[in-house]
Write a protein that binds this ligand. Structure first.
Ligand code: PRP
Ligand code: MN
Ligand code: MG
Length: 181
């Protein structure tokens, strides 16, 4: 079996770079949410790695929940039409919610999700995303915590997939065009 990393054009972020940045984000979050009861909401499936590492980097007593939404369908472009595939188990009325995401591309998923969660009467709904592609942003999005701004390349790894593969790569890499073309 060929090594999964053979499909990568280049490594964009090493596991070490990611962990260092996650520790920094955790310190900022601890500072901002000191004394509060944070609910981390991970967006399945891409957010699994950030959720696992960020939650363990935090010294706050957090709780966790997950949502699954569909925005891309079978296409590779975001449609802006979001459907809830799995909703929260938690009543977030009066809660401080921190949405945890792997990547912000067009921003349409999070724009919709932040509005949706705010409409449920949460005290606050902020966003923490490991990656953002500023040149792909199609909406004005209020993001409190961001790991890295990256170019608009096809990136995979650390939760990010192409056709459900590569999520378990430990860093973030740019996929070779021949893999998806
Ligand atoms: C990806 C990614 C974000 C979203 C970003 O999820 O994990 O959730 O798209 O795109 P946007 O900013 O253009 O809305 P995807 O729908 O591929 O599902 P997945 O997390 O299960 O891979
Ligand atoms: Mn996702
Ligand atoms: Mg995906």
């Amino acid at each position: 079996l060929a090594d999964i990393k053979d499909d990568l054009e280049e490594v964009l972020l090493t596991p070490e770079q990611i962990q260092t940045r996650i520790q920094e984000l955790a310190r900022a979050i601890e500072h901002d949410y000191a004394g509060r009861d944070v609910l981390l909401v991970g967006v399945l499936k891409g957010a699994i790695m950030v959720m696992a590492d960020l939650s363990r980097a935090l010294t706050l007593p957090v709780t966790m929940d997950f949502m699954a939404v569909s925005s891309y369908g079978s296409g590779t472009r975001s449609s802006g039409v979001v459907r809830i595939l799995k909703d929260l188990d938690t009543d977030i009325h009066d809660r401080d919610v921190l949405i945890v995401e792997d990547v912000i591309d067009s921003g349409l998923t999070l724009s919709w999700l932040q509005r949706n969660l705010r409409s449920r009467g949460a005290r606050s709904v902020e966003i923490c995303a490991l990656l953002r592609k500023p040149e792909a942003l199609a909406v004005d999005l209020d993001v409190r915590y961001i790991g890295f701004d990256i170019p608009v390349d096809f990136v995979v790894g650390y939760g990010l997939d192409h056709d459900e593969r590569y999520r378990n790569v430990d860093g973030v890499g740019i996929l070779k065009p021949e893999v998806y073309s």
